[in-house]
Design a protein around this ligand. Structure first.
Ligand code: CUA
Length: 350
């Protein structure tokens, strides 16, 4: 039995990673193999062309290898070395030219795809400006006069013409099912475009190491029908409803009440929510943290890391640094009464 196990050990070594890899199916929200739009599709096609070219080279080279091992192995009755040769002009030329031909063939679809994805998208587009911050995303729609944070809404079937900028360090914008990565560089604008051909929610993430909470710098793309998108735009344009009860108290706390706390080891005094966050319609506007005008309508908080619900909002306000180490929001000493009022207010901002 043990003897047999030793024999099949190499097969087991190959099988285990294969089984682990298939364990990823069927939930693969960040798989590039399930393109949902033309940009991701063109990049996927290019991947397949290069992949099959590589498979061809692998099979030819290893086939020749294995054939040589078997055909020219040392037999039991052989005592002398075979005739030694050095250099073979025809072979040398052949295996120099063959890769050149393969690379030239691959270059054609590669360059075509680069031009296709780098050119401005054809037809009518939706303008979007993405600004990366440590560690959250700011989304502005210049043509619509609205902005939001961490959750992007786009209409299905419309190309989104994206301008990418950064407030601090280099980040990278990546929605695996919609388009390949593009860096956001401080002091420089990058361009890209993408389009979703079906409605759905797509995971996005920062794909360039940008500091402590890089792994928690996520976002969500909601691709929706043009009607749903228009409804969302109108809801964002609308002023938040008048607050009543606990939410009204929360609004007052948000604007007027200062709390002491700690920010990355340093003591901070009398911090008000509204110093850092904008809620449209309030007398003061903060520009440090994400805009919160309609935060109650978002599916996630903390830049896509946790579900937006009462418990998580509370935990976030109590200790944002625990949920997102290194975050720019201080850990504030907020009494329970004010905390509950703030949560009620944020949830009412729909
Ligand atoms: Cu931003 Cu990594």
């Amino acid at each position: 039995m043990l003897h047999n196990l030793t024999k099949i050990r190499p097969i087991l070594v190959l099988l285990v990673p294969l089984l682990l890899a298939t364990g990823c199916f069927p939930s693969h929200p960040q798989s590039t193999f399930e393109a949902a739009g033309p940009v991701a599709e063109s990049q996927l096609q290019l991947f397949y062309i290069i992949f099959w070219a590589a498979v061809f080279v692998f099979v030819v080279v290893n086939g020749a290898f294995i054939y040589t091992f078997i055909r020219y192995r040392r037999r039991a009755n052989e005592t002398q070395l075979p005739k030694q040769t050095h250099g073979h002009t025809v072979l040398e030329i052949a295996w120099t030219i063959a890769p050149m031909i393969i690379l030239a063939i691959i270059a054609v679809p590669t360059i075509t795809t680069i031009f296709y994805t780098a050119d401005p998208p054809p037809g009518q587009t939706l303008e979007l400006k993405v600004t990366a911050h440590q560690w959250w995303w700011e989304f502005e729609y210049p043509g619509l006069g609205i902005s939001t944070a961490n959750e992007l809404h786009v209409p299905v079937g419309t190309a989104v013409d994206v301008t990418l900028e950064s407030k601090d360090v280099i980040h990278s914008f990546w929605v695996p099912k919609l388009a390949g990565k593009m860096d956001l560089v401080p002091g420089h604008s990058n361009k890209m475009w993408f389009q979703s051909d079906r409605a759905g929610e797509f995971y996005g993430l920062c794909a360039e190491f940008c500091g402590t909470a890089h792994a928690q710098m996520r976002f969500m793309v909601h691709a929706e029908s043009p009607d749903d998108f228009d409804a969302w735009v109108n809801s964002i344009k609308a002023k938040p409803a008048d607050m009543t009860g606990l939410a009204a108290k929360g609004k007052d706390v948000f604007v007027n009440k200062g709390f002491d706390g700690i920010l990355q080891g340093e003591t901070v005094k009398a911090q008000r929510c509204a110093f850092c966050h904008t809620v449209e319609g309030l007398a003061i506007r903060g520009a440090v943290g994400p805009v919160l005008t309609h935060v109650g309508g978002r599916a996630t908080i903390g830049a896509g890391i946790i579900d937006n619900n009462t418990d998580n909002l509370k935990s976030w306000l109590v200790d944002p640094d625990k949920m997102k180490p290194g975050v720019g929001m201080p850990v504030l000493d907020i009494p329970d009464d004010d905390l509950n009022a703030l949560v009620a207010y944020l949830e009412a901002l729909k």
